[in-house]
Each structure stands twice: as structure tokens, then as C-alpha cells.
Design a protein around this ligand. Structure first.
Ligand code: GRF
Length: 207
């Protein structure tokens, strides 16, 4: 399975994927490219350290969003991926790309969807809202990307305990360590081994 990973920040989810591919806990898979909208993203450094081709493209470099969308999709297509992975990617995916990569593009979200998701729920905001609501369990979700925000078919989820005295940063870290960095590689391995099917908008994991 040829995978392209889209990143915007520190790249800890990218690192989890790289480590899982290198240790072969993800099989039949190679990362053929990393694309970031942020030239300072440490994720790009991680890619370079592992000899993975990386590129940078930002909406800021284009006169219109339409121009960016076209060029961005061209860049992804040039890498010819079987799967596109959004790993902390903060740019809205162009509609034409949603169509082109339907059920071949996945996202990791740091909550148990449908809780704490949708517009504006990214990064620390997710964990601040969870603490504000006083939930006892949080977690992460890997889902296919569709037209909505965090609304596509759910592939895997993993729950994480909220501990007394948790700050948003402590909670974010625990969700990343105990959930995101586990279920994102696991979802890629399932897809690489053809064990993920979508029927009636819901995911079935086979054998
Ligand atoms: C994290 O908040 C993660 O929950 C979300 O994107 C952010 C950056 O993650 N998916 P990363 O370290 O860049 O992978």
C-alpha cells in the first residue's frame, strides 16, 4: 500500500506510522511522500530523517483557494498514493480531492466521535471542551474523510481515562500516547491487508 501523509505540525502521528512501517507492525506498506502546508512543521524534519520524500505547499502561496486546491491535488496525485492519511493536517481538503480519494483518505481525530468534533474542534480545544464538560472517558477516532468535518465512516476508536487534576495538555498527551499513536498505524495495517470494507456508510472489519 503506497501511503501519502499530510501534516501541519509536530508530526508525532507521522512518527508513529514511520516507526510501525519500519518495525513491520504495519505490513505491505511504504510511505511514498509527506506533504505539509507549514514549512516549519517538525513533521518535515521527521520525514527527512527517514529518507521520505517531503513537499510543502500552502494556500498562502496562491492568489486564490481554487488555485491552491488544483495544485495541491496535482501534488498528491503525482505521488500516486493508494491511501492518503491526514495526521494533524489543518487545511480544508478540496471537494474534488474528497471525491477522488473517497474511502481512500483517513483522518485521526483526538476524540470519540461524535463527541467534541466538527468545526473548531482541533488540537487543545478538543481536550479543553472535554474537561469543561467533565466527561470521564475520552479517546481518539480514525475515520474515512467525506465532505463533512469529522463525519466520515468510523474505522477504529480507542478510549482513554480522564484522571483527576488533568490539564488539557496532560489529557492531550495521554490521548496521543494511548490512543492516536496506536489506532492510526493499526488502521493503516488493516487497510493494507484489505480488511476494511465500507457498506451503508459504516465500516466492517473482516476476519
Ligand atoms: C494533535 O492534537 C493530534 O491529536 C491531532 O493533530 C495534532 C498534531 O498531531 N491529530 P501531530 O503531533 O502533528 O501528529
Amino acid at each position: 500500500l503506497d501511503v501519502v501523509v499530510l501534516v501541519s505540525g509536530g508530526g508525532t502521528n507521522l512518527q508513529a506510522i514511520i516507526d510501525a512501517v519500519e518495525s513491520e507492525s504495519i505490513t505491505n506498506t511504504r510511505i511514498v511522500g509527506v506533504i505539509s502546508n507549514n514549512k516549519n512543521a517538525y513533521a518535515l524534519t521527521r520525514a527527512k530523517q527517514h529518507g521520505i520524500h517531503s513537499e510543502c505547499i500552502s494556500p498562502k502561496d496562491y492568489a486564490s483557494r481554487e488555485e491552491f486546491n488544483e495544485r495541491f491535488l496535482e501534488k498528491v496525485d503525482e505521488m500516486n498514493p493508494d491511501l492518503v492519511v491526514l495526521a494533524g493536517f489543518l487545511v480544508v481538503i478540496p471537494p474534488q480531492m474528497i471525491e477522488r480519494y473517497r474511502n481512500r483518505m483517513i483522518n485521526i481525530h483526538p476524540s470519540l466521535i461524535p463527541a467534541f468534533c466538527g468545526k473548531g474542534f482541533y488540537g487543545l480545544k478538543v481536550h479543553e471542551a472535554a474537561l469543561e464538560r467533565g466527561v470521564k472517558v475520552v479517546g481518539a477516532t480514525v475515520h474515512f474523510v467525506d465532505e463533512g468535518t469529522d463525519t466520515g465512516p468510523i474505522i477504529l476508536q480507542r478510549a482513554v481515562e480522564v484522571c483527576p487534576g488533568d490539564t488539557p495538555e496532560m489529557l492531550q498527551r495521554r490521548v496521543m500516547e494511548q490512543a492516536e499513536w496506536k489506532i492510526l498505524p493499526e488502521a493503516i495495517d488493516l487497510i493494507a491487508n484489505d480488511r476494511v470494507k465500507v457498506s451503508d456508510g459504516r465500516v466492517v472489519i473482516t476476519e
